[in-house]
Design a protein around this ligand. Sequence first.
Ligand code: HEM
Length: 502
Amino acid sequence: MDTKCMWDLVVMTSILMLSAMMIIILVYRKSRSCKVISRSLSTSSSHNITRSSSPPVQLVTPLGNLGWPFLGETIEFISCAYSDRPESFMDKRRRLYGKVFKSHLFGSPTIVSTDAEVSKYVMQSDGKVFVPSYPKSLTELMGKSSILLINGSLHRRVHGLIGAFFKSPHLKSQITTDMQNYIQQSMGKWREDQPVFVQDEAKHIAFQVLVKALISLDPGDEMDFLKKQFEEFISGLMSLPINVPGSRLHKSLQAKKKMVELVHKTIQAKRINGISEFPRDVADVLLKDESEKLTDELISDNMIDLMIPGEDSVPVLITLAVKYLSDSPSALQQLTEENLEVKRLKDQLREPMCWSDYLSLPFTQNVITETLRMGNVIVGVMRKAMKDVEIKGYLIPKGWCVFTNFRSVHLDENLYDWPHQFNPWRWQDKEVSSSSFTPFGGGQRLCPGLDLARLETSIFLHHFVTRFRWDADADSIVNFPTVRLKKRMPVWVKRRREEEKS
Ligand code: HEM
């Protein structure tokens, strides 16, 4: 989610660049009077931290450079993020200052962690120590009761309910049936004489799956309406936080209002008709909860907010997997053989593929794990310290942000041999470590959609490789502001003959 946070700040940065030096000086002077910023400007800032069992100790913030007044190191961060090696910003500073360093990014003094243990500690801390940090435009669009923003017991409750539902065999089986239908509709239309844009196709399919899982809406006019409004809504995530008629943020808020109305109508209909004993969608799960805190407003808002992390990430994961496989013929061959074999077996048994069949293919799962490691769909998460915090001898002062950078850990050559090489075989005999592999975050905010993401990707890959051969046009991965393929991953497909499949 932090990448979304950055969108907004890119715009902010561009404006800052255009601003005259005078404004910067004024802001700088003003910021010196502010306690938090003045603390950040000192390279040797120190604090007394009282621990319960020992006398106060003096701690210092990690080494690092706070860069230019107000702009900090944001420009360099963005220019590296746009390059072929986005981790170069981190690598340079890791060499100079160590795995944890201070910087000033997107308007905040920030401790950057490329250390697996420190990042794990940050993610496992609760809302009394660290809270999620998003830009203002994003928080305005999400609303105060969004799962992405709430903390404490309400957060644990909503997160727990959603996570348990996304893990349930019942939902996985429903999603499998739905996705097979959507794939059938999409892939049935693919032509051999024009390119197929994998990124667009995956986006279309994953949106339908997500909305069905959230509110049981089937493809049709209402789905199209929701998609259109959602696109309007998310374009405001990159906007300046100015909510006046005509502004980007205002238009997005209007779009959200229309979506919430539609969801609210669905929820009211559910209340009138009675909620089924076995919840069919996330809305049912939240409606069935006895807690009075879960009002219809909170539920409707959250249905839309849940689309933010769910909508883009799965299609990107699918597209990256197709990209890496296209560039790695031996991996593609092994994955295809594994999928054709299970298909033949199921055909002989005259059974349809079920969700556990998709998830039980070891090489396919290794391909997805490797894609998550290399692709870094979510580059890291951003938190804000609610009090002075000490981690591994480092001080994170109250009010500062912490950016836990997953990418540096996932591409660390001390943890992974030849980290820039796509090598699904590396996972064959390797345990997936909870600190050196965190594509879905960790702790209380561990992504509740992780099973869904793996299942959807497995289903897509299965149908893609068992039905088609393809030639991919050259394309490249862009990592900022979000991960995506520059040309939307065009491929020229050729349908497999029946005898190849049997
Ligand atoms: C490749 C796919 C995905 C990746 C890499 C991913 C990654 C992440 C990460 C890193 C976080 C932690 C954010 C933080 O700690 O602040 C997160 C949170 C979250 N994800 Fe995902 N996600 C994916 C798919 C999904 C899907 C399909 C959904 C379904 C709606 C989803 C829903 C959520 C929600 C609701 C949260 C917030 C949890 C909370 O704050 O309690 N994600 N995701």
